[in-house]
Design a protein around this ligand. Structure first.
Ligand code: LRH
Ligand code: MN
Ligand code: MN
Length: 392
């Protein structure tokens, strides 16, 4: 027996998956960016594309911005533009990693003038959130060192804490700070926020609206990510996810492509916590994609990713928790494992197709997009101008 289908559908209806503005632009590796025809030239065109994803999936109502890639003169007007397309502006991602001044770090740089510049950018991002109505500020720092002895690790932690405290103080009432960690890259000896423990310690020092964000690509191979998720949920400090797939490092491939079972195990931890329901609230878990579609078509790549998260979510929601707990209490190792695997091995595609039809959507979002003619239209219309890309 699996969990009641009506409850599963209700939770699926309330889940929201945020798509990143940068997924719609050109991206690549350090070897080559393969430009695609029809790619957006402006932030507004990125929103137009995101609206297509939401139109066909029904579960992608918000778009994450990245500043300065998505810098505009009037963020209130941009928010209105999003609203007219059935979207809202979501998480604001800061960027203190693409300026020459940040070679030795941003908020942890040895020079206080560089630290000031970086912190001012983070404060500017909060001002943008005021205008867009965004709840979450997402902070990721490339800061770190390449060589032993290059700088003092503990001193850098102090500089980081100081900058974070200043930004945390600036947050408005309904705003949160999400701190993202990453094992390595671009710094290769030490990263200043390399793991969940470091991020968690800083969040604890800041206050309850500071939360950890788990980017699934930012761990060492073999890391038990669902353990980290369970622990952060228990502590009330899981702010959200940056979903993507990795085979080797921070590959930023489509979520669920490399290891759908891991995605299921992660979402099972969220499901046990009722985490799909009140995603918008201050306690909500943000489900964000952080991906780059280097060789596959952008919009279908995002649609496929949203569907992958939805499928893993449906399977996680299907776990019969009563049966699981009974087996666990009885010490029935194989029984408990079987309950979990029953849910994972369920083909949830018919359930999701039915749910979409109930919502007036095409049962197959990929086919709906193909049939919509949007791709042909943007290829024909978006000529001239500079195409947006990762870092532009
Ligand atoms: C860093 C990262 C972070 C950035 C995004 C563009 O690797 O995952 O979330 O904001 O890439
Ligand atoms: Mn990320
Ligand atoms: Mn990353």
């Amino acid at each position: 027996m699996t969990a009641a289908v009506s409850a599963v559908k209700a939770a699926l209806r309330s889940q929201a998956i945020e798509t990143p503005s940068w997924a719609y632009g050109n991206s690549g590796t350090r070897f080559k960016v393969f430009a695609q025809p029809g790619v957006p030239r402006t932030v507004r065109e990125k929103l137009d594309d995101a609206a297509q994803v939401h139109r066909h999936t029904g579960v992608a109502p918000s778009v994450a911005l990245h500043i300065p890639w998505d810098r505009v003169d009037d963020y209130t007007a941009l928010a209105a533009y999003a609203r007219e397309r059935g979207l809202r502006l979501g998480t604001v991602n800061s960027n203190v990693f693409q300026d020459d001044d940040y070679k030795l770090g941003s908020v942890t740089h040895p020079d206080p003038a560089v630290r000031r510049k970086a912190t001012d950018h983070l404060l500017e991002c909060v001002a943008i959130m005021d205008a867009t109505g965004s709840r979450d500020l997402k902070l990721w720092f490339s800061d770190g060192t390449n060589y032993p002895g290059q700088d003092d690790t503990a001193t850098r932690q102090g500089r980081l804490a100081e900058a974070l405290a200043e930004v945390y103080e600036r947050l408005g009432e309904g705003q949160r700070m999400l701190l993202e960690y990453k094992l390595f890259e671009p710094s290769f000896y030490t990263m200043d926020v390399p793991d969940w423990g470091t991020a968690y310690a800083h969040c604890l020092g800041l206050g309850p609206r500071a939360r950890v964000v788990v980017d699934t690509g930012h761990h060492a191979p073999g890391t038990n990510i669902e353990f980290i998720v369970a622990l952060l949920l228990r502590e009330g400090r899981l702010g959200g996810f940056d979903f993507n797939s990795r085979f080797y490092a921070d590959d930023d491939l489509m979520v669920g492509a490399a290891d759908p079972f891991q995605l299921f195990r992660i979402l099972h931890e969220v499901a046990k916590n009722g985490g799909f329901e009140d995603g918008d609230g201050m306690e909500g878990v943000a489900f964000m994609l952080d991906q780059c579609h280097n060789i596959e078509a952008k919009i279908p790549g995002v649609i496929r990713s949203v569907m992958n998260v939805q499928e893993a979510t449906a399977k996680a929601l299907l776990v019969d928790l009563d049966a699981l707990r009974a087996a666990q209490r009885a010490g029935d190792v194989l029984g408990a494992n079987a309950v979990l695997m029953d849910a994972y091995n369920t083909d949830v595609r018919p359930l999701l197709a039915g749910l979409r039809e109930e919502q007036g959507l095409h049962p197959d979002p990929m086919a709906a997009y193909r049939e919509s003619g949007w791709q042909e239209r943007i290829v024909a219309e978006r000529v001239g101008g500079e195409q947006a890309g990762w870092g532009a």
